[in-house]
Design a protein. Structure first.
Length: 109
């Protein structure tokens, strides 16, 4: 169930998510670059496309911009993951599928 989180909980979950994603990105054998600056994590693939993960503190969401579009994720306590506010997908499997589709990158996350 997507619920309301405090600012402290939001910041803690975003930090943990970005750290976990960075660890998973470091283990990819494909040639990609990523950078985290000012609360935005940008992944650039060797096919010239990118994915941008950004913090949205006012709404306490995590936003993802990908070739497939823009997606907004809110924390779901019951799943321990972020859930797309429109489509209902969980962040981790969604990102794995998007990276495979967008850049033929096999992310294990």
């Amino acid at each position: 169930m997507v619920g309301v989180v405090t600012e402290a909980e939001y910041n803690e979950r975003i930090e943990a998510t970005f750290a976990d994603l960075e660890t998973a990105l470091d283990e990819i054998e494909s040639d990609l670059d990523y950078d985290i600056t000012g609360g935005i994590l940008t992944v650039e693939f060797d096919n010239g496309t990118s994915m941008v993960f950004s913090r949205q503190p006012p709404s306490r969401e995590l936003w993802l911009a990908a070739r497939a579009g823009g997606f907004h994720f809110a924390w779901d306590d019951s799943e321990g993951d972020w859930r797309d506010t429109r489509g209902g997908e969980l962040l981790r499997p969604f990102v794995v599928a998007q990276m495979a589709s967008q850049a033929d990158v096999a992310l294990e996350w």
